[in-house]
Design a protein around this ligand. Sequence first.
Ligand code: DOR
Ligand code: ZN
Length: 455
Amino acid sequence: MTVDLAVRNCTVVTPSGRVADAGVAVDDGTIVAVGRSDQLPEAERTLDADGNVLVPGIVDCHIHNREPGLEYKEDWETATRAAAAGGVTTVVGMPNTDPVIDRPDHLELKLERGEASAHVDFGSYVVVTSENVDEIGALDEAGALGYKVFLGSTVGDVPPPSDGEIIEAMERIQETGKRLGFHEENGEIIDYYTERFQTEGRNEPIDHAHSRPVIAEREAVERMITFAEETGAKIHMFHVSSGSAAEAVARGKDRGVDVTAETCPHYLWFTEEVLREKGNVARVQPPIRDADEHERLWSVGIDDGAIDCIATDHAPHTSDEKMVDDPFGNTWDAISGFVGLETEVPAMLTFVDQGRLSLEEWVYRHATRPAQVWGLYPQKGSLQVGTDADFTIVDPDREWTLEDADELHSKSRVTPFEGESFVGDAVTTVVRGEIVYDDGAVVGDSGYGTAVGLE
Ligand code: DOR
Ligand code: ZN
């Protein structure tokens, strides 16, 4: 039998372990064999992986692709070009676009646009507001991969539903089998401090961080866990930024609540000192925390396992919106968020190099677990025979520095990771058997990516 593609000469790593001198064989876009290089079938095309590491394709379930409506910041083509270059094979887009993704026709528009131009596979969340709690069934049929509520004000200003509506939404979403995720910051707390700091003239980037204190995050996590305990809903905490919030997640898991959580590389890499060093470039919501919270995020979130997934919260904005020319200017004039798709794999591999987690633990959190949490497993996030041939080949030893963020493929190149040094990088990205990125170049076609999770 001759198959379409064989990758040889790599170490294959999955959450259950690693095999050296191995590879994978692909036919018709699916995996047909994983095993020793010399036992793989003949192939039309052979890729020599040069002794590098091959893992299930990285799944990033938190990006802001900005299309429809905010294409001046980013669009499906540029976001998924960046994903391919970053070693990411599936992305899930957030609903704070224009229009916001809150109706079946808006979701269909977003997925159509993705079909037309994406380089890698993709899905979308639907936002739950006071207006659409009763429409969950129709939204589900239209292809929602999951749902999101913005509890506190953030970019896009989508107002939160009332607590009663959230409980109702949990009950309805539970009937669909899907999960409801949160931007978990208590809106009343952050609005209070934001106004107070503005009145007091506290205008520095670090003041923005302190205006959104840890208690706002912790309280939101605990309240949603309480609601889920009552309703039996599956819930998810996006972008957990603090040890205190990770501890709250751990307590929820201990109580038997189906609560999953993600954190982002920037919370694991930086402490709030980065706001004093790099200014508004590093402004993000929730904010990057102090050293104590950062360390407890590592110990409770990663070492003890409260955090299920890694995702970027890739949030592109223009240089003007990020005040790149005046990074320490009045923080209330700057916007929150920055790009991350091309630095997430290098950042995580750097942590592996530092001995903070193993390759297996990284792959679990960055491919397998996110696919499980959002209902895409084992089609995504596994290397099982018969599933999509999505994989990422990484060089775990490559030492490099992001000298100039203009090398990135996103429309926006603003990131606090500019100037940071890494050990490890994505080398090749394969989506359903097609090489979409190899050796520094995006080689796949725009429009190849397809929507996931549709029945
Ligand atoms: O910093 C952020 N940026 N936090 C969010 O919640 C939204 C995001 C964005 O859309 O830019
Ligand atoms: Zn986000």
